[in-house]
Design a protein. Structure first.
Length: 109
């Protein structure tokens, strides 16, 4: 009887931990998605400041994959550091300066 109760308690504890972990993952995914959206929006601003009103013009000029670049600007893909550095080099913006720009643009909580 004690072992059975122990097993039930363990099972409920596992369910509770799973629920907490799912909630944490979901919140962190939302936060990560927001970061990707902010990065993409900032890249779109840089593109527009450079005089390119469309993604198509920009990607053709700099030989970038159009669909992938669209996904980056829209925050729909997890871009690599290598891709980000390549795009920032086009704009002559350092990685450090780029993230400072994003930090300044984000509202304080």
């Amino acid at each position: 009887m004690v072992l059975k109760n122990y097993a039930i308690i363990q099972a409920r504890l596992f369910q509770y931990q799973s629920t907490i972990n799912s909630t944490i993952v979901m919140k962190s995914q939302k936060a990560f998605s927001k970061i990707l959206t902010n990065v993409g929006a900032s890249l779109a601003e840089l593109r527009e400041k450079k005089g390119y009103s469309t993604i198509k013009e920009f990607t053709r000029q700099y030989d970038l994959p159009e669909i992938q670049y669209w996904r980056i600007e829209k925050g729909k893909t997890n871009l690599t550091l290598k891709s980000l550095v390549r795009i920032l080099a086009i704009h002559k913006v350092s990685l450090q300066d780029f993230f400072c720009l994003i930090a300044v643009d984000e509202p304080a909580n």
